[in-house]
Write a protein that binds this ligand. Structure first.
Ligand code: ADP
Ligand code: MG
Ligand code: MG
Length: 212
């Protein structure tokens, strides 16, 4: 498969819609662990992205330019912790997509691995800290392993999303060691991490997008 710049923009538009649908749920998780704003934060960021997609980015064919604009727009629009985290992910992905009007399977693999690594480096969280890294790291590791085992991209991405889901679910039973929820200590046990959840939703949306 290949993803053109208009395909990439269509995917981002689907993320915009998905975030609106999941906004209340993401806030509900964050009410139990943090300050209750994760859904609102994501919505503000993605609505700003939507505005760019419909205006400045409408005629842009460089996937790198599209992705860097998504990252920068998100960063400028979002005040909370996830602002710089997701922004770094999309800006790292943009380096892979630079000057490309079409992304092939290799580019897409490198894009998502760079995305996951970027978030991890920016936030300095490890697996087990109860953050989005619990979703993203197993996702990226599985994607790389499956591709290296010469699996087809769609099957490899599907395996990676399953690993992401497992990682997201694992955040329910652990103590938060990073971000606002770490202040709760033991009381953070029992609730799934909002950022791990939104990260899973984005990856799962991409799988759905390439399958349709
Ligand atoms: P805030 O806590 O500033 O209100 P949000 O509610 O939008 O920000 O996002 C909270 C999410 O950010 C958490 O659920 C967690 O997944 C993620 N997060 C916080 N700190 C880090 C970090 N250092 N590394 C990775 N993810 C983090
Ligand atoms: Mg919050
Ligand atoms: Mg906040």
């Amino acid at each position: 498969m290949e993803l053109t710049s208009s395909g990439l923009k269509d995917f981002f538009k689907e993320v915009v819609e998905m975030i609106e649908k999941e906004k209340d749920y993401l806030c509900e998780l964050d009410r139990k662990l943090g300050d209750g704003d994760h859904g609102v934060t994501m919505s503000i960021g993605w609505q700003a992205v939507n505005n760019k997609l419909n205006n400045e980015l409408a005629d842009i064919e460089d996937c790198g330019k599209v992705s860097i604009t998504v990252g920068k727009t998100f960063l400028n629009a979002v005040g909370s912790s996830v602002g710089p985290l997701y922004a770094t992910g999309f800006m790292r992905g943009a380096k892979i997509a630079k000057n490309k009007t079409v992304l092939n399977e290799r580019d897409l693999t490198e894009y998502w691995v760079a995305f996951a690594k970027g978030v991890k480096e920016r936030g300095q969280a490890e697996v087990g800290d109860k953050t989005m890294v619990d979703t993203l790291e197993p996702f990226a590791n599985t994607l790389e392993v499956s591709i290296n085992n010469s699996q087809e991209f769609e099957a490899a991405f599907s395996d990676a999303v399953k690993a992401a889901e497992k990682g997201m679910n694992s955040t329910k039973d652990i103590i938060s060691k990073k971000g606002r929820s770490s202040r709760l200590g033991d009381r953070s046990i029992g609730v799934q991490d909002p950022g791990a959840t939104s990260a899973y939703f984005i990856l799962s949306k991409f799988l759905h997008f390439i399958k349709s």
